[in-house]
Every structure is written in C-alpha cells, then in structure tokens.
Design a protein. Structure first.
Length: 273
C-alpha cells in the first residue's frame, strides 16, 4: 500500500513530458527552473530519466560553471529518481510511485515549485511522473510528423482520426491524480522549434491542434523558436535567463532577447499566481 505524507505546504509541480525524444523537454525544464529561480521562487528539479540524465547533467554543468568562474548563479535542489528494479510490473509501479511520492514530500518542505523531467519513452515511471503534475507541459516540434504523438491524422483528408496512445495515457494519469488527492492536471501543449515562415505545414499543425485540444483537453501555447543558442548553452549549464548576468550586453542580439521573451511567455502561461 502506498503511503502519502500530507504537508501543510504544497509546491506547484510542473512535469515536462513527451514520448518522442528530441522534442526539447529537458531544455524546457531547465529554462523553467532557472526562470522561476530568477523570479525569486525556491525550486527543485527531479530527473526521472536516470539513464540519459539530460536535465541533471545540465544542472551539474551549471554547478561546475559556478565553481570554475567564481559565479553564484541560482541553483535548484537536484534529485534523480531511478526506475524500480522489481521484475513484477505491479510491484514496480507501486515502488516507483512510492519513491517519487517520498521525493516530492521531501522537497515540499523547502520549495515553491518542483520541475520534473520525464524520459522520451514510455515507462512505468514516466506514467507515474505525469500523474503528479499540477501543470503538464508537452513540447511538440511544430510538424505533422511530431503531431503523431498526440493523434493519428488521416493522410488524405488531414483530419484527426483518433487520439494517440500518449493522449490516452495522459487521460489515464488525470484520472489517477483525481483519485489520489482530488487534484487536476492543467495540460499545456507547447509548440516548439517554431519556424518564422508562414508555411502551409505550420498552419495545418495549428488547425489540427485546435481541433484536438477540444477533444482531449489541453491548451496550446507558443514555445521556443529554432535557435542554436538553446543547444549551445548546455555544456556551460547556462540558459537564456542568465544572459544579462553572464554575457556582455553588447553581445546580446535581437535573437537572444526574443529567446528570453519566449521563456518568459511560457512561465506566464503556467499561471503560478
């Protein structure tokens, strides 16, 4: 039986999830962590992808940058939760849920927000992680290929045939969350790597997402543009929200400023207040 320890203070839990790799989950999670820290909130991160560990590695790079450069860039509390080693599925699911619940309870005493990054593949821990979300953010590359993670689209009519396995999974975790503590999940689909061109593909994705959002219950926001700078900052553990403090202001281009505004727009869309 899973034990839930109730605390008087409950942080807002943000989960980044998408079963397709390369959608920008960890980059999104990292920018949320730093952006919220710079808003004056206390933040913790939980990496559920212990094998790849992109978010935790990003944060460890940031720790090293602070040490090597003598900086004091804001840092979250960092946790990595590993998958259960139980062979039986039911036992593994109980253990994964208990371990994550205990980690969230531990971090709740000293943090306003907990950001959880999930693996880019289906697993018991991925599903359990989704069920703890107050806000679920699904970054989605802005293409018809990547839309497949949310729905099956008829190739002839370009109409939605039915929701995908991932959409069904999110619905199941919404029910799981409601059963556990009566809470609800605000699902945000974030259109990522947006092109600056008004292409037909871009318009079709927007139309299909609008239709699908009404069926399965998410809201969509504009995410991050296709900018090399997001990927270049990984090794130093930096984000666009650090740019003014770390870089010479003369080096900041319009693209840098726009990237900061993109992150700011996502944080505002979460509506923590």
């Amino acid at each position: 039986m899973i034990r839930y320890i109730m605390t008087t203070k409950r942080p807002h839990v943000i989960v980044t999830g998408n079963e397709k790799g390369g959608s920008g989950k960890s980059t999104t999670a990292m920018h949320l962590v730093v952006g919220l820290l710079r808003d004056g909130l206390s933040v913790a991160s939980i990496d559920l992808d212990s094998r790849q560990g992109t978010l935790s590695n990003y944060l460890f790079n940031r720790q090293k940058f602070n040490i090597d450069k003598g900086k004091n860039l804001p840092m979250p509390e960092i946790r990595v939760v590993e998958h259960s080693k139980e062979n039986k599925r039911d036992a593994a699911e109980i253990e994964d849920e208990q371990h994550l619940s205990d980690t969230i309870t531990e971090l709740s005493a000293s943090n306003d927000v907990i950001v959880i990054d999930t693996p880019g593949a289906d697993s018991i821990l991925t599903r359990v992680g989704h069920s703890f979300a107050d806000t679920l953010i699904t970054p989605l590359n802005d293409s018809l290929i990547d839309l497949d993670v949310l729905a099956r689209v008829d190739p002839s009519s370009l109409k939605i045939q039915n929701p995908s396995y991932y959409s069904e999974m999110v619905w199941q975790q919404k029910m799981r969350r409601a059963k556990r503590d009566g809470g609800s999940i605000d699902w945000i689909v974030m259109r990522n790597r947006l092109s600056h061109l008004d292409a037909r593909n871009k318009r079709e994705v927007e139309r299909l997402l609008l239709d699908l959002s009404e069926r399965v219950g998410f809201r969509q926001v504009s995410g991050f543009g296709e900018r090399v700078i997001y990927r270049e900052l990984f090794l130093s553990g930096l984000t666009m929200m650090d740019s003014i403090e770390v870089f010479d202001t003369k080096e900041l281009s319009l693209s840098h400023i726009s990237a900061r505004q993109e992150v700011r727009g996502l944080i505002d869309a979460i509506s923590l207040a």
